[in-house]
Design a binder for this molecule. Structure first.
Ligand code: SF4
Length: 79
């Protein structure tokens, strides 16, 4: 699996939490007024996180991207 970079645009995230409902192991609502990305150990990576997802995780991220009402989530293949 290639690495991907997931990003949150904090300016447009409205904390609708659709993404958290789909993949709570990656998206987390903490103290900031936008959702944060966390790794498998629960450590926050803020609004940008590059990692190697499993096939299932990749499908969940794609679903989260599509579910976000403000298009705050983006995903790109990392180089
Ligand atoms: S679904 Fe979009 S708006 Fe809602 S918390 Fe996630 S990134 Fe933010």
């Amino acid at each position: 699996m290639p690495k991907v970079t997931v990003q949150i645009d904090p300016a447009v995230c409205i904390l609708a939490a659709n993404c958290v409902g789909i993949e709570p192991k990656l998206f987390q609502i903490a103290e900031e007024p936008y959702v944060e990305l966390i790794d498998a150990t629960g450590i926050s990576h803020g609004t940008e996180y590059t990692f190697e997802p499993s096939e299932t995780e990749l499908e969940m991220i794609e679903e989260a991207v599509d579910s976000c009402p403000t298009r705050a989530i983006s995903m790109q293949t990392a180089s």
